[in-house]
Design a binder for this molecule. Structure first.
Ligand code: CTP
Length: 416
């Protein structure tokens, strides 16, 4: 029997445009609620603009909008499923429960949607997504569009007044007696400002290592490890979206290198060390060593393929230099962040190991994690301890996408 060729699931073709104009929003999840105004067609343009700057956009549409524009059009635009109704999938929780997304935009926002949010009414997908997001403190940006008379309505004014300091508004443009939704470009500019200028990481120069290394024992065979590079790539994307400038020294990880970084691909621990040394001739603010570097490397790799005729094969290995230990010798003022991976330790033992690593390497922070039994069962999840001397902060056991956001916030705190 011929084995069926496994077809790799490809990204939606529309995602090709992601980050084509910039990476400021990369890693940002934006929920775009499109309420029933004729300006709804402009939401397609807004979605595409946000994506072109790196955002992942999911649309929620009202009944009135689906009569004007087929949901497939929004699916085409964003590559994501369009939410037109709430089902057993709990779409509202998935989208806007605590930390599930970074921003909810209502574009265009009608007096009806505004009123529902202000009065705690949730009887449609949009109002429910908003109610959940409002409760879980996800930033909400409303771009109002309605007739001038509606805008002057005292009830509408009262609702705006109530929400004024609790959510953000982009004022409508008053044209031809209508309070028209602002242009997609204006909303984009607002969103870029909102995410870009707020982080202390903006314009910080960061050197990172990530992924595994491979060490040859002969021209064909290698010693390596199972690091996918996921945490390193995810963290780099978070830092990029906060405005940091990243140089990414990347071993052969499975994860796609982060968009918007200067990528230096390497294979062996020696390549990685050489690349780091070369880069450290330039000034960096932060160095993050997330790579799973080989600890031992073959002493004399065979020049030719090792034959299978031997009954036993001994390979001699020697200790590899610790790249992290050299960083402060090159730049003593850099903020050095290392990782410490251990297996099946108690929390206390893991903290002790991280503190020891801090001393040995001169790192300012060590991010410790246990990659033992629990992790092996589900390597898309992790829990990290941020060890800064005696101060230890723990993340939850969570998806790696959430873990990297947590690490980014801790780095920001350290810089403040
Ligand atoms: N590291 C490094 N160079 C190496 C090995 C590790 O720079 N040759 C860095 C890693 O990138 C990480 C930190 O050192 O930031 C700790 O790596 P880890 O493998 O967890 O621990 P080790 O120091 O290698 O200690 P051990 O293997 O004995 O647990």
């Amino acid at each position: 029997m011929v084995a069926k060729k496994k077809v790799k699931k490809k990204d939606h073709p529309s995602l090709d445009i992601v980050s084509s104009h910039g990476v400021e929003l990369s890693g940002k999840k934006i929920v775009l609620c499109v309420a029933g105004s004729v300006a709804a067609y402009k939401a397609i343009e807004l979605a595409r603009l946000l994506m072109r700057h790196g955002a992942d956009v999911t649309c929620v549409t009202s009944n009135a909008v689906t009569k004007l524009i087929q949901p497939d059009y929004f699916k085409w635009a964003t590559g994501n499923k369009v939410i037109t109704k709430l089902t057993g999938e709990l779409e509202h929780i998935r989208l806007t429960d605590y930390n599930q997304s970074d921003l909810v935009i209502v574009y265009p926002a009608t007096a009806n949607t505004l009123g529902k949010l202000a009065n705690g009414i949730d009887d449609t997908p949009i109002s429910t997504v908003l109610t959940v997001g409002f409760g879980s403190k996800i930033p909400i940006l409303m771009c109002l569009a309605m007739h001038a008379s509606m805008y002057d309505n005292l009830a509408v004014k009262k609702n705006i007044e109530f929400l004024k300091n609790k959510i953000e508004f982009i004022s409508p443009q008053m044209i031809e007696g209508k309070a028209k939704a602002s242009e997609p470009e204006d909303v984009l500019e607002y969103v870029l400002k909102k995410f870009g200028s707020s982080s202390i990481l903006k314009n910080k120069k960061v050197l990172m290592t990530a992924g595994p290394t491979i060490e040859h024992i002969d021209p064909i065979r290698v010693i390596t490890n199972q690091s996918s590079g996921k945490t390193g790539v995810g963290l780099a994307s978070e830092l990029i979206s906060a405005g940091a400038k990243i140089t990414f020294v990347y071993g052969p990880g499975k994860e796609k290198a982060p968009k918007g970084a200067k990528i230096i691909n390497v294979l062996s621990s020696k390549d990685m060390f050489d690349a780091v040394k070369t880069e450290l001739k330039k000034k960096f603010d932060i160095v993050i060593m997330a790579a799973a570097v080989a600890d031992y490397i073959p002493i004399n790799p065979s020049k030719n393929k090792i034959k299978s005729s031997k009954n036993e094969l001994k390979i001699s290995l020697k200790k590899a230099p610790k790249i992290i230990d050299q960083v402060k010798k090159y730049q003593k003022d850099v903020l050095l962040i290392g990782f410490k991976a251990e297996t099946n330790l108690t929390k206390n033992a893991l903290i002790k190991s991280a503190q020891k690593k801090m001393k040995e390497s001169g790192a300012d922070i060590i991010i410790a994690n246990d990659i033992g039994k629990k992790y092996q069962k589900n390597p898309n999840y992790n829990q990290v301890l941020i060890v800064d001397g005696k101060k230890v902060t723990s993340s939850n056991w969570d998806k790696k996408e959430k873990i990297v956001k947590f690490i980014k916030k801790e780095i920001e705190k350290k810089l403040e």
